[in-house]
Ligand binder design. Sequence first.
Ligand code: SME
Length: 161
Amino acid sequence: MPAPDKVGEGRKDLSELAQAVPTARDLMQKIVNLLHDRMLKYNWVGFYMLEPGAQPPMLALGAFEGAMTPHTRIPLNQGICGAAASSGQTVVVDDVSKDHRYLACSLETKSEIVVPVFVHGKVVGELDIDSHFPAAFTSEDQELVEHCAMLVGKKLETSGR
Ligand code: SME
């Protein structure tokens, strides 16, 4: 993973990494470590995965890097996280203070991106990133984060875990 101006190279490295690790769980851990360490504006990076069989459906915190969050389980009708998982769409929020859906994880967070993870076309979880900087997530960032989420979905499809 290179500096933020070399997102294309980062994507290639991540694709190779996805081939090298045995499970999706390993891949998620590597992705949160890499994105958090190498992308300077990515201050909290974590996966939320849908709990199998939970009624009502619930997102549970998985691998993450950054400060502990009070939101370890999030229903689909709450938060930016719930919005992304229930719509199956990437959500980018440039100013979290202006979004009524936002669930605060840290007082320092200014912007957020949440990208769903799909397995065989169904949402199974998502990759959530918070930044201490307003409007930190450009279209290039969005492509990178969507690439990471896609790799995890494909790994889940092939390794099943
Ligand atoms: N901000 C998220 C909650 C998760 S924390 O950011 C880690 C939301 O609004 O759903």
